[in-house]
Design a binder for this molecule. Structure first.
Ligand code: 13P
Length: 259
């Protein structure tokens, strides 16, 4: 892993109102061990309406968990009804922002160009993007998985300097594995994460490739986390459904002790 610190992130998607979010993060702070938080970076990504409440819990209880968001606009302010800007998130001490999740791309029409603008805006606001990529089942079956992901990485990170790429996070999430209970095998996930890293190496150089953290996402559970996390090019997990239950999420965070 070349000294890369693992990052386990919980993407809550459109779940938990702010009361439920407060309870979830408080419970998580009790069940996650201090040892794990020393070895592993952890973030939670609640809906926008929960961010201020979760920030307050994290800061007042000194919980060693980073606050993340799921999405943002690329502009700082303006007539963009319903959108939230990177600087608004930074003001809430959000440190990580998911950009280009497949649900945003597939359901809300986000393009690679949008993703690229957002990645740059998140960096400009002093936060770290988690840039998502991943192929559909049809693309995988047609043998186009690597080409799809390579194209998303090159386009999504276009124009960035090597040290910026080295400092961010890329999440490889095969669309067919999201919310389906169908996880990529550790070997398939490793192969794709290695392809992501070699794309970074080709375009931004060896230093960026060694530093960039690559997460796997798609039906990560306590039972499969140890094998996935044991792969040389997998530096973390982006967890959806299993992150909603603090006990289950804590067991994923404790992956080093299982198996
Ligand atoms: P699941 O873990 O529910 O499959 O979701 C994965 C995901 O999309 C995380 O961003």
């Amino acid at each position: 892993m070349a000294g890369r610190r693992p990052l386990i992130s919980g993407n809550w998607k459109m779940h938990h109102n702010h009361f439920e979010a407060i309870q979830a993060v408080q419970k998580l702070s009790y069940v996650v061990s201090a040892n794990d938080l020393e070895a592993v970076d952890v973030s939670v990504h609640p809906p926008f309406t929960d961010l201020r409440s979760v920030q307050t819990v994290i800061e007042s209880d000194e919980v060693g968990i980073a606050l993340g968001a799921q999405h943002c606009h690329w502009e700082d302010k303006g007539a963009f009804t319903g959108e939230v800007s990177p600087s608004m998130l930074a003001k809430l001490n959000v440190s990580l922002v998911i950009v280009g999740h497949s649900e945003r791309r597939e359901l809300f029409g986000e393009t690679d160009e949008d993703v690229n603008r957002k990645v740059k805006a998140v960096l400009a606001a002093g936060m770290t993007p988690i840039m998502c990529c991943g192929e559909t089942l049809e693309e995988r079956e047609a043998g186009g998985a690597v080409a799809k992901v390579e194209g998303q990485v090159r386009a999504g990170l276009d124009g960035l300097k090597a040290d910026q790429v080295g400092g961010l996070v890329i999440a490889y999430e095969p669309i067919w594995a999201i919310g389906t209970g169908r996880t990529a095998t550790p070997e398939d996930a490793q192969e794709m994460c290695a392809a992501v890293r070699s794309t970074v190496r080709d375009r931004w150089g060896a230093l960026a490739a060694d530093d960039v953290r690559i997460q796997y996402g798609g039906s990560v559970k306590p039972v499969n986390a140890p094998d996935l996390m044991g792969q040389p090019d997998i530096d973390g997990a982006l967890v959806g459904g299993a992150s909603l239950d603090p006990d289950e999420f804590a067991r994923i965070i404790a992956y080093r002790l299982v198996g």
